[in-house]
Design a protein around this ligand. Structure first.
Ligand SMILES: O=C1O[C@H](COP(=O)(O)O)[C@@H](O)[C@H](O)[C@H]1O
Length: 232
């Protein structure tokens, strides 16, 4: 496991540094290949990062933004990850970026997952930047301990790009990108804040079993050193 750690004394400094690093990587991809893909997490942690990133001066019209996971709920719901991205990232300079969400109003999360996978499969791979978060139960993306499709989602040889996930700790049903798609990213970021999360991460990395501490699988299978961004 290879980790490059970036510690900050507060979340504002972290957000500024991480937004700068992401913008540089996206710009580098645009210069090299004419486009770039950024996959981001939802939850509460990335809000400040998104607001700063949305003001960075890059060719946002050549950037596609997607999500690493989503709740199977309408995009106007307060807990929707798409809503978080629309409200805080797809603004300012980043307002012209293309957004590919995972939610669609299918009858079931299974059929929504198939439709989402079709859209994701049209994106160039590997993604240039993937930004992951982590919950206090050691889930990342929607890799929840006890999840009904966790085995499949964490399989390093899994071919499906998106799988539905149901877990007691997840609230709603979820859609998640699978492990291989995330860990092949050219820049793979783990963004966590708070001492409690750092302890959870340390425990996960020391644990042998990714089914109990799913975040561990990301570090275990990452193709580049995981960029760990942390602030208290
Ligand atoms: O459920 C989710 O939680 C994690 C962590 O969220 P946070 O609120 O503790 O920052 C997030 O990374 C994931 O995308 C989200 O769906």
């Amino acid at each position: 496991m290879s980790i490059e750690r970036h510690d900050f004394s507060n979340s504002s400094d972290l957000a500024e540094a991480l937004a700068t690093a992401i913008a540089e990587k996206l710009d580098e991809a645009i210069q090299a290949r004419g486009h770039s893909v950024l996959a981001v997490s939802g939850g509460t942690t990335p809000k400040r990062l998104f607001e700063i990133l949305s003001r960075k001066n890059i060719d946002w019209n050549l950037v596609t933004i997607t999500l690493v996971d989503e709740r199977f709920i309408s995009p106007d719901h307060e807990r929707s990850n798409e809503k978080l991205v629309r409200d805080h990232l797809l603004n300012n300079q980043a307002g012209v970026a293309k957004f590919i969400g995972l939610y669609n109003p299918s009858a079931t999360a299974e059929t929504a997952g198939i439709a989402a996978a079709n859209r994701i499969s049209a994106l160039p791979r590997p993604f240039d930047v993937v930004v992951l978060g982590m919950g206090l139960d050691a889930h990342t993306a929607s890799f929840f301990p006890g999840g009904d499709r966790l085995d499949q989602a964490l399989d390093p040889n899994e071919k499906a790009l998106v799988v539905p996930m149901q877990a007691e700790g997840a609230g709603e049903r979820r859609l998640t990108l699978t492990l291989p798609l995330l860990v092949e990213a050219r820049m793979l970021v783990m963004h966590i804040e708070g001492n409690e999360k750092l302890t959870v991460l340390d425990e996960a990395l020391a644990c042998e079993d990714s089914m109990k501490k799913p975040v561990r699988a990301v570090f275990q299978h990452a193709k580049t050193p995981v960029q760990l961004y942390w602030a208290p």
